[in-house]
Write a protein that binds this ligand. Structure first.
Ligand code: GLA
Length: 382
């Protein structure tokens, strides 16, 4: 018996152990099951919500699109889920929309306007006057000579009347003049063909015509490198000057082509602060955060341009996006729109600028259109 007891005792212990294990296993299965269910349901709730919902109380979230993206199911789904505003990336620019003096190419722009209407999206117009992506005919006469100021201003007026007029009540804000200020510290205006022929009068003409053609649209001056104090000061002066002359301007577009290396929080705050005395609308119009050091003109590929989003760069990007959006939230009364330039890392203009064929990863969605960690950070606030 002496020997049996331990046996029985061990057997009993063994049985109890087996039973207990089974019970514990069952309990743990149930709780794992309910945890899975809970996290699955919160996961699916998370997946239901998009950027626009998280930022509903802050500012409209927008994205630059092409007609092709609207026809690509995965991209059009991302647009509808996350954004409440769109900008035509290229098709409303002067060259694409007005290829010949007497010919307008309305089709692609109309597709974007129709998509916005069908899906209740706001639309920013971009851009009525710019020194790039202009049509060949704009600055020359039929003999190939440069046109006079009078002719050019007339052409500009006709262009804006047609384009802004066609989308009169469909577009809530227009980038009327894009990038007219010089990056050179000792030069005020960019020495573009517009400026060479018209002086600053083309800027005035553009705003005045846009106001007549689209009386209800907000009219913006839009530029990059605005975190640079010298350039920004010139933009502030330009707005002041236009206002003094009674030119109808409603806002400044801060493009926001930034990088994991810039701007710093204090530069970003100083940028927004310097426009506040103007009491003018502020939109962030072309946001992306490149993984490379920022360069605003073309360059050759360097050995260090690996085209790889390393974990270190991904972390820097998470922190930069986090900083940018926490500053934006602080300025929710001052910022009335934030637009990303392109949808996902699948395709960004930065894949070919400033270095051709150098992959960049500047957005919140990855190459498979899946939200990146930077996305989860941007929506993670109280
Ligand atoms: C500038 C223009 C945009 C676009 C980007 C690059 O920022 O304003 O229209 O061309 O460059 O895609």
């Amino acid at each position: 018996m002496k020997n049996l007891n331990p046996f029985y005792s061990n057997k009993t212990k063994g049985l109890i152990y087996i039973c207990l294990s089974a019970v514990l296993f069952a309990i743990s299965c149930t709780s794992t099951d309910s945890k899975t269910k809970n996290s699955a349901s919160s996961q699916s709730a998370l997946q239901e919500k998009g950027l626009k919902h998280y930022y509903n109380a802050y500012f409209p979230m927008g994205v630059a699109v092409s007609p092709k993206a609207l026809k690509t199911e995965s991209e059009s789904n991302l647009i509808k889920k996350h954004f409440i505003s769109m900008t035509a990336e290229n098709v409303m620019k002067m060259g694409p929309i007005h290829p010949e003096e007497s010919k307008y190419n309305w089709g692609p722009a109309d597709e974007i306007v129709a998509f916005a209407a069908e899906n209740d999206l706001m639309l920013r117009g971009h851009a009525l006057c710019w020194h790039r992506q202009f049509p060949d005919w704009m600055f020359i006469d039929k003999d190939g000579n440069q046109v006079s100021k009078e002719v050019l201003l007339q052409r500009l007026e006709t262009h804006i009347e047609h384009v802004a007029g066609r989308y009169k009540d469909k577009i809530f804000a227009w980038d009327v003049v894009n990038e007219a200020i010089s990056d050179a510290h000792d030069e005020f205006y960019r020495n573009s063909t517009w400026y060479q022929i018209c002086g600053e009068d083309y800027i005035i003409k553009a705003f005045e015509t846009a106001r007549k053609a689209a009386p209800n649209a907000l009219l913006f001056y839009n530029d990059y490198n605005v975190t640079n104090t010298v350039k920004r000061e010139k933009i502030v002066q330009l707005v002041g000057k236009l206002r003094e002359k009674g030119v109808p301007i409603n806002g400044v577009g801060i493009q926001g082509h930034w990088s994991v290396f810039e701007p710093s929080e204090s530069q970003l705050r100083a940028t927004i602060d310097s426009f506040l005395p103007l009491q003018i609308a502020l939109h962030v119009t072309e946001l992306d955060v490149s993984i490379y050091k920022k360069e605003h003109s073309r360059n050759d590929r360097k050995e260090s341009d690996t085209g790889v989003l390393t974990s270190e760069l991904a972390q820097m990007q998470i922190e930069k996006y986090n900083m940018i959006f926490s500053v934006f939230r602080d300025y929710k009364e001052e910022l009335s729109s934030v637009t990303f330039w392109n949808i996902s890392d699948r395709r960004s203009w930065l894949d070919n600028f400033p270095v051709r064929n150098r992959k960049d990863f500047p957005l919140l969605f990855d190459q498979n259109e899946v939200p990146k960690d930077a996305y989860w950070k941007v929506i993670d606030f109280k």
